[in-house]
Design a protein around this ligand. Structure first.
Ligand code: VGL
Ligand code: ZN
Length: 199
């Protein structure tokens, strides 16, 4: 069996204009994302889903500001404004996202002490979310990724997809990035080098 799935990353209010960690023009990709959803038989969504006081929030580290880096037991971690708190409007999917046909919603970042950019592993790069096993058990070997943000959750998901043996392609026209210090160019380069097809 060789199946394909679309993975729509974090199309949530807090990553769109007006949200707590707004990505520039994050909502501008909704028509392209919805078009892709229409084209795929199998659709998976991810949802960034943090408890209040999450360790990736700068507000949890006295003296630290958003977008600074710190050392965590599992490695370097960028600190963010409080965002995508479980059950809040900011954590909800953007109202224009046509999500109803999604077969699976994978939540990530719900452990207080560790962040999770990738849809497949937490930021220790070892703790699985379960998505890899789910897709393999479903006979899916190729994933197409889109959503927010290009340089964080989309990129780490694509890199991990390839490392798990999936074929992966990223639709940049249906992605937008945070772009801290050139991170979009850096991560697009890393994805290409790893064998991710960038359309
Ligand atoms: C994301 C930073 C923090 C993302 C999530 O969806 O790219 N970025 N949490
Ligand atoms: Zn987050």
């Amino acid at each position: 069996m060789s199946g394909k799935a679309l993975i729509v990353i974090d199309m949530q209010n807090d990553f769109c204009p007006g949200g707590k960690l707004a990505v520039a023009d994050g909502d501008a990709i909704l028509p392209a994302v919805n078009r892709l959803i229409g084209e795929f038989e199998h659709v998976v969504l991810t949802q960034d889903w943090h408890p209040a006081g999450h360790s990736s929030f700068a507000s949890s580290h006295p003296g630290k500001a958003p977008f600074e880096d710190i050392d965590m037991p599992y490695g370097r971690q960028t600190l963010w404004p409080d965002h995508c708190v479980q059950g809040t409007e900011g954590a909800a999917f953007h109202p224009a996202l046509v999500w109803t046909k999604a077969e699976m919603v994978i939540r990530k970042g719900f452990r207080a002490g560790i962040d999770s950019y990738s849809a497949f592993f937490e930021n220790d790069h070892r703790t699985p979310t379960g998505l890899g096993g789910y897709l393999k058990e479903r006979g899916i070997d190729t994933v197409t990724l889109c959503g927010l943000a290009t340089d964080y959750c989309v990129a780490y998901s694509a890199l991990d997809a390839v490392s798990l043996g999936f074929k992966a392609d990223v639709r940049l026209e249906a992605c937008r990035g945070i772009d801290l210090g050139g991170s979009v160019a850096t991560m697009v380069g890393r994805m290409r080098a790893a064998g991710v097809i960038i359309a």
